[in-house]
Design a protein around this ligand. Structure first.
Ligand code: MG
Length: 170
């Protein structure tokens, strides 16, 4: 089996828009201030999608879903993630597993991590682990100005017969 690794990072500032939901890993965090961004600003799903694209050497999320394109305004980032999984499959690669970390001073995310892992696992089609860590007061993230997400994903070549018409992995 051919194996490829991909990594992704994303960060979004908090939004000043009242009532904008905070969406992380496809989960709405009740009562929390939302992040600013063209799509739903789900920094964790974006990091994971970028990792999938990186592992398949398909460029970055912005080149696939430009924030200048009104089609992606308010987009559900789990849909974007599922789409990049299909694009990796067209290159003969499927996710094997992924590991993600959120970096956030606020809000408290630990109660929501299992739900994020479930939603991301469904969208990726492979097991996803989600962790969270505190920036310990350092920098913009430490001041609670935004939230960052990091992800690594392992991709393996598709099994024989399941995608026989795809080109060989790059
Ligand atoms: Mg983003």
């Amino acid at each position: 089996m051919i194996v490829r690794i991909g990594q992704g990072f994303d960060v979004h500032p908090f939004s000043d828009e009242p009532g904008r939901p905070l969406v992380l890993g496809g989960v709405v965090i009740p009562g929390a201030r939302g992040l600013a961004g063209h799509s739903d600003a789900d920094a964790l799903s974006h990091a994971l999608a970028d990792a999938v694209l990186g592992g398949a050497a398909l460029g970055d999320l912005g080149s696939h879903f430009p924030d200048s394109d009104p089609r992606w305004a308010g987009a559900d980032s789990l849909d974007l993630l599922a789409t990049v999984v299909l694009r990796a499959a067209a290159c003969g690669l499927r996710p094997l597993n992924a590991d993600c970390t959120l970096v956030a001073a606020v809000p408290r995310l630990s109660p929501h991590l299992p739900a994020m892992a479930r939603r991301l696992t469904e969208a990726l089609g492979a097991p996803v682990s989600v962790k969270a860590t505190s920036p310990e007061g350092l920098g913009a993230l430490g001041r609670g100005e935004g939230i960052a997400g990091l992800a690594v994903v392992l991709l393996g070549s598709l099994e024989d017969g399941s995608d026989a018409t795809s080109p060989a992995p790059r």
